[in-house]
Design a binder for this molecule. Structure first.
Ligand code: VGL
Ligand code: ZN
Length: 217
């Protein structure tokens, strides 16, 4: 992989306190991926590093609290598609929404904030979820990466079964050679991991582990 460093971008998805143990939408074992992500961010294997940051206004439509009578993790229909209702999380400007201290964010070239439309959720760094118009508006990340000469993206972060998954699938659909670093992700619902792995591979995402990435020391 180091041979192609000039065309490879690292995408660090939603590494924010609210998704870590103790946070408002804690992903079990989310803390275990931090040393490996730190190591990737410090390596010189990537021409570009991009972080995504879940960044919701208060009373965002993805919050169960915005839908009276509903509980977190209920699923409703929103703009014609299933929408999981989440505990309030990653509220703009709150401590849980910050990029997690400890990681070398100075190495990151761009931060994509997503989920900012009060009426539409956004899991992927590339496109919002479906909006009232039935489309998934782009964030501009595809163009940013393409204009910077990116051919391959390496995706890690949280959560494996939501924002990492959607980001990786959109990256593959946009034509990037897409690698998901499995051990540097964790799921909200790990019971679905086996099925998820197959679906990602079916979508053209290559699944690797951090030891097999061959990052230059
Ligand atoms: C995420 C649920 C809601 C994620 C974000 O980062 O995977 N999951 N918002
Ligand atoms: Zn969110």
């Amino acid at each position: 992989m180091s041979d192609d460093a000039g065309t490879t971008a690292l995408l660090v998805v939603d590494v924010q306190p609210d998704f870590l143990p103790g946070g408002r939408l804690a992903v079990e074992e989310g803390d275990l991926i931090l040393p490996g992500i730190h190591r990737l961010m410090e390596s010189d294997a990537f021409a570009l590093q991009v972080a995504t940051q879940d960044w919701h206004p208060p009373r965002h439509t993805s919050f169960a609290s915005a839908h009276p009578g509903h509980e977190p993790f209920d699923v409703i229909q929103l703009h014609g598609h299933d929408q999981v209702l989440w505990p309030d999380h990653c509220v703009q400007g709150s401590p849980g929404a910050e990029l997690l201290g400890d990681l070398p964010w100075t190495r990151v070239d761009a931060v994509i904030r997503k989920g900012t439309d009060p009426d539409v959720d956004s899991y992927s760094g590339f496109r919002n979820n479906w909006g009232p118009g039935g489309d998934r508006p782009p964030t501009g990340l595809t163009g940013y990466l393409r204009e910077r000469g990116t051919r391959r993206v390496v995706v890690c972060g949280l959560a494996r079964d939501y924002c990492v998954r959607w980001t990786a699938e959109d990256a593959a659909a946009a034509g990037f050679d897409t690698v998901l670093v499995w051990d540097l992700t964790r799921s909200v619902d790990p019971s679905g991991d086996e099925v998820l792995r197959g679906e990602l591979e079916g979508a053209g995402v290559r699944i690797m582990n951090s030891e097999t990435l061959e990052i230059a020391p």
